[in-house]
Design a protein around this ligand. Structure first.
Ligand code: CU
Length: 113
């Protein structure tokens, strides 16, 4: 009986954790492999991020996160603080200026302060 209760408890905890996991797709202004490595490495270090994979061909950043720990809004802000646009949010100007020259080419947009 005790084993069954323990199993049920484990199952419920697992279910609750599963409910908190969500996927966010962010359109970024990433340019090259360095951008990809920079964004993935920096975002993966944040608490609540389960995985982060950038597709360079369409510049889409797929992020699996725990919504009990971080919001999509905050993830987007983190991306702008690294120097890249995130959906409607523009890259922070100071962070963008710190990027290597090769990561700033082809950029047509404006930068938020
Ligand atoms: Cu780059």
């Amino acid at each position: 009986m005790k084993k069954i209760i323990t199993l049920i408890a484990f199952f419920l905890v697992f279910q609750l954790q599963a409910l908190a996991i969500d996927t966010l797709v962010v359109q970024t202004s990433a340019q090259c492999e360095m951008c990809k490595a920079r964004l993935e490495n920096r975002i993966r270090k944040i608490a609540g991020i389960e995985s982060a994979t950038l597709n360079l061909s369409n510049k889409e950043f797929h992020i699996v996160y725990d919504k009990s720990l971080i919001s999509p809004e905050n993830i987007e802000i983190k991306i702008t603080e690294i120097g890249y646009d995130a959906n409607q949010k523009l890259a922070k100007k100071a962070a963008y200026k710190r990027l290597p020259a090769c990561c700033r080419v082809d950029y047509q947009g404006e930068h938020a302060n």
